[in-house]
Design a protein around this ligand. Structure first.
Ligand code: HSC
Length: 701
C-alpha cells in the first residue's frame, strides 16, 4: 500500500516513502507524509527528521497517472505539505538513493539538507511531460544554486549525477556507503552542533547575483529557442524562475502553482504524458509474459561494416557488449573500422565521451573477415546488402557456424523475415531487429516477430533493446513493417503535392512548422536520394502497375543529384554547408514532370499540405492496426516518436488523429479519395471507428 513509514531512532524520526515501484507521491503518500511529518514535529523526543525512500530509489516524483483527475477528497496537495516541512523548526535531512526526480527532487529541496548516495541522480524532468515543477522547484532551486544552472536543469529536464549536483551546491554530501546511515549521522551532527534549518526559500545570494545581470533571461531564452521549438513548458519554466529572482518566495509559489495548473490541462502535456506511458506499454507483448526467460546478451556479432553495421556495433559496445563485426571484404572492413574509430574520436572531441570510455568501447569491438569468428556469440545482427538471395545464403551459413542457442537477427527494412528464417534450421531463433540511422543515435528498435520466432527469442531482443538504451517495439511481418510502410504513404503524397503545384520548400516548411525536425525533402537529401531510388527499383510493391507513381525523385537521381553528399538533391547545398537552398534546376524538373503528366499546377494551401502528408500516413496506420502488424495504436506512436522525429508534444500520429477526431480524418480521406483516387482509399478500420465515434485508443483486437 502507498504509504510513508515512520520510525524513531535515538531522537531522529525517519520517514520512508514506500510506494513501489518508484515511490510516486500519490494521494496516499501525501496524506501519510503530512501526518507523519506532523507526528515527528510534535514529538519533543524527536530532534531532527530524515526523509528516505524504500526500495530502488528515493522518489520519482508525482504520480503522473493522477494528473488531470480530481484528487480524492481531503488529500493534501504536495506544495503546502513541503512548505510546512521547510518552515518547521527541526532540521530535516533528505537521504537520496537511486533517483530524486520531479516532486521527489522538490521534497529534497524542501528539506534543509541533502545527502546523496554516489551514483544517484537528481533532476526536474517535468518539462518532458509538458509541465513545470509544481511543488516549489522553480522557486527553491534558483535560490540554492547559480540561477543559470537552475535554468538549465529545469528547462532541459535532464537529471544530474549526485557529484555534479554537489558541485553546484544542490547536494550537501555524497557518500559511498549506506545513505540512510549517512543521513542519520549528518542529522546527529546538526543536533550536536546546534545547526539551525537552512531553508532554500530564505537563501538570497544567487538571486542577488542574477538581479544584477539584466541580460540573463533574454539571453537564456534566445539560447534555448531552437531546441525547444513549439514547446510551451520550458518557456513557462523560465518565466517562473524570473519571478523567483524578482519577486517574493510566496508570490513565486503562487505563480508557479497557477502555471502548473494551466500546463497540466494543456494538449501538449496530455500528449507528452501519453508518450511517457506508451513507451513502457510497448514492452508488454501479446503471448510473451513478463516472466518469459530471456538471456542476457554479452557477445554479439554484426555482419556488414557499413554505416548501419558500424552504428549498431557502437551501440552494442556502449552497452558493454563485446562485438565482432564481420565484413568479408577486407577493404570494406578496414574502411568501416576506421569510420567507427573516427566517430569515436569525434565524440571525444565534442566532449560527449571521455577518452577512457572511448578506449573501453573500442576495446570491445573486433573486426574480422572470417565467419568462424562468430561461432560463440549470443546473437548475430545482420546488416548486409538488402537482397533476399544474399541474406538467405548468409543465414544458411550462419546457422551452421554459430552456436545452436544463438539468435540470428536481421536489420532488413523491407524483406520477409519468415523467408529468411526458412533458410535456417532454427527459425524460432530468427527475428528482425530494425535499427534506424544513425544507429548509435536513434533510439528506436523495431523488432520484428517472425511466424516462428519463439517467446524466448522475442523476450531476449526486447531485453537487448533495453540494455542498449533503445526503445524496442515488437511488430509483425509485412513490407516496410510499421514505420516505413507509413513513411511510404507520407512521402508518396508529398511527391504528388509537388507534381500538383507545391515546391519541396513549401512542403518542408509546413512539416517543420508542425514540429518535425525536417520536412520529407530535406530528410531525403540527408539520407541520400540514391537509397530510396535503389529501394524503389528493387521493390515492385512500391510502384504497382496502374497506380499513380511520381517520377521526380528518380529523375533527380538520374541527374546525379543524390542529396547532401553531392551538394545537390531536392535542394542545392554550398560546399561544406548543410542549409538547403531552393534550386531552379529542381523547380524546372518538377514543372516539366507536371506538364508531361498533364497536371495543371494549382495553389496548394498549407492546410492541404499538412492533411495530404499526415492523414494518408494515419490511414495506413489504421490498416496496420487492423492487420495486427502493430499490437496497439500506441506502439505505432512510439515508432514514429523515436524513429522518425514525429513531434513528441503531439503524441504520435495515432494520438494526433484521436485528438482531431477520426470522423474528420475519415471525411478528409474520403474527399481526397474522390479527387485523387487509388492510394487514398479510407481504411476500413478508420471508417468503422469514425462511424462509432471512437478513437484508435479504443481499439483492441
Ligand atoms: C512531478 O513530479 C511534478 C512535480 O513537480 C509535483 C507537482 C505537484 C502538483 C502541484 C499542483 C499545483 N508516476 O520507467 P520504469 C511507472 S511530474 C507514475 O519502467 P525504470 C512506469 O510507468 C513527475 N508512474 O522504471 C512503470 O509502470 P509499469 C516527474 C510512474 O527503473 C513503472 O513505474 N518525474 C512514474 O526504468 C516503472 O517505471 C518523472 O518524470 C511516475 N512519476 O526507471 C520521472 N515513474 O511497470 C518519471 C515511473 O506499469 N520516471 N512510473 O509500466 C522515470 O523517469 C523512470 O520511471 C525512473 C525509473 C527513472 C524513475
Amino acid at each position: 500500500m502507498a504509504t510513508v513509514n515512520y520510525e524513531v531512532r535515538d531522537g531522529i524520526a525517519i520517514l520512508t516513502l514506500d510506494n513501489p515501484p518508484v515511490n510516486g507521491l500519490g494521494a496516499g503518500v501525501r496524506t501519510a507524509f503530512k501526518a507523519n511529518y506532523e507526528k515527528g514535529a510534535a514529538d519533543d523526543a524527536v530532534k531532527a527528521i530524515v526523509i528516505a525512500g524504500a526500495g530502488r530509489m528515493f522518489c520519482a516524483g508525482a504520480d503522473i497517472a493522477e494528473f488531470g483527475k480530481p484528487a480524492p477528497k481531503g488529500t493534501p496537495a504536495l506544495q503546502p505539505v513541503l512548505d510546512q516541512m521547510e518552515a518547521g523548526a527541526k532540521p530535516v535531512v533528505a537521504a537520496i538513493h537511486g533517483v530524486a526526480l520531479g516532486g521527489g527532487a522538490e521534497v529534497a529541496l524542501a528539506c534543509h539538507f541533502r545527502v546523496a548516495q554516489k551514483g544517484s541522480r537528481f533532476g526536474l524532468p517535468e518539462v518532458t511531460l509538458g509541465i513545470i515543477p509544481g511543488a516549489g522547484g522553480t522557486q527553491r532551486l534558483p535560490r540554492l544554486i547559480d540561477v543559470k544552472e537552475a535554468l538549465t536543469i529545469i528547462t532541459s529536464g535532464r537529471p544530474l549525477s549526485a557529484d555534479k549536483a554537489k558541485a553546484l551546491g544542490a547536494i550537501d554530501e555524497v557518500v559511498e556507503d549506506d545513505v540512510l546511515d549517512a543521513a542519520i549521522a549528518f542529522a546527529r551532527k546538526l543536533i550536536a552542533d546546534g545547526t539551525k534549518p537552512r531553508r532554500c526559500s530564505e537563501q538570497t545570494a544567487s538571486i542577488e547575483v542574477a538581479r544584477k545581470n539584466s541580460a540573463l533571461f533574454g539571453d537564456f531564452r534566445k539560447s534555448m529557442a531552437r531546441r525547444n521549438r513549439g514547446l510551451e513548458a520550458p518557456f513557462a519554466a523560465v518565466d517562473c524562475v524570473e519571478v523567483a529572482v524578482n519577486k517574493s518566495f510566496e508570490d513565486g509559489l503562487k505563480i508557479e502553482r497557477e502555471t502548473f495548473k494551466k500546463l497540466v490541462a494543456s494538449d501538449q502535456s496530455k500528449a507528452l504524458r501519453y508518450a511517457f506511458f506508451i513507451e513502457r506499454e510497448a514492452t508488454k507483448i501479446d503471448g510473451v509474459p513478463k516472466d518469459t526467460p530471456a538471456f542476457d546478451v554479452e557477445e554479439a556479432g554484426v555482419i556488414g561494416c557499413g554505416t548501419m553495421g558500424g552504428g549498431i556495433a557502437r551501440s552494442l559496445a556502449s552497452a558493454g557488449i563485446a562485438v565482432t563485426i564481420l565484413d568479408t571484404d577486407e577493404a570494406a572492413l578496414k574502411r568501416g573500422m576506421k569510420t567507427i574509430f573516427d566517430n569515436y574520436d569525434a565524440s571525444v572531441a565534442k566532449g560527449r565521451l571521455s577518452k577512457d570510455d572511448m578506449e573501453e568501447r573500442i576495446g570491445r569491438i573486433n573486426g574480422t573477415t572470417e565467419m568462424h569468428d562468430l561461432e560463440d556469440v549470443d546473437i548475430v545482427i545482420e546488416a548486409a546488402f538488402e537482397d533476399m538471395a544474399v541474406k538467405k545464403d548468409l543465414f544458411g551459413k550462419l546457422d551452421k557456424i554459430v552456436q545452436p542457442d544463438a539468435i540470428l537477427a536481421t536489420n532488413t527494412s523491407t524483406l520477409d523475415i519468415d523467408e529468411i528464417a526458412a533458410a535456417t534450421n532454427r527459425p524460432e531463433q530468427v527475428v528482425g531487429t530494425h535499427f534506424f540511422s544513425p544507429a548509435n543515435v536513434m533510439r528506436l528498435m523495431e523488432n520484428v516477430r517472425g511466424e516462428k520466432s519463439s517467446k524466448k527469442t522475442l523476450a531476449t531482443v526486447m531485453k537487448l533493446s533495453k540494455k542498449m538504451g533503445k526503445v524496442g517495439v515488437m511488430v509483425g511481418v509485412c513490407f516496410g513493417f510499421v514505420g516505413n510502410r507509413m513513411l511510404y504513404a507520407y512521402s508518396r503524397q508529398s511527391n504528388f503535392l509537388i507534381e500538383e503545384g507545391a515546391l519541396p520548400q513549401d512542403v518542408d516548411k509546413v512539416i517543420y512548422g508542425f514540429g518535425f525536425p525536417m520536412g520529407p525533402f530535406a530528410v531525403g537529401d540527408l539520407a541520400g536520394l540514391d537509397i530510396g531510388y535503389a529501394i524503389r527499383k528493387a521493390n515492385p510493391a512500391l510502384r504497382p502497375e496502374g497506380k499513380r507513381y511520381s517520377p521526380i525523385a528518380d529523375r533527380l537521381v538520374e541527374l546525379g543529384r543524390k542529396g547532401q553528399k553531392t551538394n545537390a538533391g531536392w535542394y542545392r547545398y554550398e560546399e561544406g554547408k548543410r542549409t538547403p537552398l531552393p534550386d531552379p534546376v529542381v523547380e524546372q524538373t518538377i514543372l516539366d514532370v507536371s506538364k508531361e503528366l498533364g497536371i495543371e499546377r494549382r495553389k496548394i494551401s498549407e492546410e492541404e499540405i499538412l492533411q495530404r502528408c499526415l492523414y494518408p500516413m494515419i490511414n495506413e496506420g489504421a490498416n496496420i492496426l487492423e492487420e495486427g502488424i502493430a499490437q496497439r495504436a500506441s506502439d505505432i506512436d512510439v515508432i514514429w516518436l523515436y524513429g522518425y522525429g514525429f513531434p513528441r508534444f503531439r503524441g504520435g500520429p495515432m494520438f494526433y488523429a484521436d485528438q482531431i477526431g477520426l470522423k474528420k480524418i475519415y471525411d478528409v480521406m474520403s474527399k481526397l479519395y474522390d479527387t485523387h483516387g487509388d492510394w487514398l482509399e479510407p481504411a476500413p478500420l478508420l471508417k468503422e471507428l469514425a462511424g462509432k465515434g471512437k478513437g484508435f485508443a479504443d481499439y483492441a483486437k
